[in-house]
Design a protein around this ligand. Sequence first.
Ligand code: 9WN
Length: 414
Amino acid sequence: MNTHIDEAKRILVTNDRGGYTVPTDRLYPFQWNWDSAFVAMGFALYDTDRAYRELERLVEGQWADGMIPHIVFHQPSDTYFPGPSVWRTKHTIPTSGITQPPVFVIALRKLHEAAGNKDRTLPLYEAALKWHRWWYSARDPEGTGLVALLHPWESGSDNSPAWDVALARVPTTTDTPVVRKDTGHVNAEMRPRDEDYRRFIHLVDTYAACGWDPARQWEKAPFKIAEIQTTAILLKAGEDLEYLARLFGRTEDAAEIATLNERTRQAILVQWRPALSRFVSRDLISGEDVEAATQAGFIPLLSLDLDRQIADALVDEMKAWSEGLKVAFPTTKPGIAGWEPKRYWRGPAWAIINWLLIDGLKRNGHTEAAEELRRSTVSAIEAEGFAEYFDPITGEGCGGLGFSWTAAAYMWLM
Ligand code: 9WN
């Protein structure tokens, strides 16, 4: 019997707040979008009813225009900043005004395959379809095939070095006082800096002043990145959405999604940079490539059947980054300026990123590399517990503890 699995399940019970799961107590006291999708995949392994509830509760926060917000504030809590009064959105259940990577349909397909409950899958499929249409209309109005983020929080990799250049252009002035709560829960050295927070809140103020209207935000955005990780996740989700559309006999939907998927597939391939052995994002304000060496450049493995040469180059590069580390995969290339092995998305290894990479490596025939990364992730968790993330040099578990998506990832990877 694996006691770690029991512990993982206990964490999900502890973090249950009534059909939805908080990422961890106090530090993140609400429902987060992509966290819930990973958690739903964990539940799908042993409690499909609860997995459906997780996704159903997230969809309660969906906006009329199709966006599924990055946070749904089901109940009040004063242990997190910024709360609903900062976001000033108009949805009946308070929500944030931005989104997060669309892992949702990836989870929905897996759940449907496990449970086969068409009555429950169908409404979630409809919600997902609306959200995918929103991504393409609101975040790729010019039809390039790559979707853009207007806030670093939308990437889920908040303070990644990938944003350093673009974020430096965002003013540090805010209308809203910045009253951080996160540094009261975890060591400030492991978190984004105060300056980052001022810029994050400047962006929130700017978009709130646009009344959260997608077209006005697009026009006013001082931060606009056509982002490779989110786009790659959107494509994998798009494949799964197309699969469900066909399964349910929705041929028109299937054709529409297939066209979007194909455009995105081609657009991602254009972002391949052989000299870097990675894919890159594009800064839509400067028109330049985002060359910072982060995990995002490898995520297209998840959604493309790459030419052997490209897949091999990615894997060689991943091996070079991982050499000598206790825990792979680092979210920033070790040793470069900007690399900080304990500071959130500036170096640490995250179980959910590894999960995406492992699936991508398998898809592209690199089963050995996938197995190595799986073992690295599992041993880090078994040694240190279900931490939010891990210092890749020392293996130390960092950030919040009893973390839901780490628990889900462990179950999935076992
Ligand atoms: C802002 C909940 C979330 C994750 C993100 C992670 C962190 C929030 C924060 O926590 O972001 O969304 O306040 O730091 O970066 O990926 O979804 O676990």
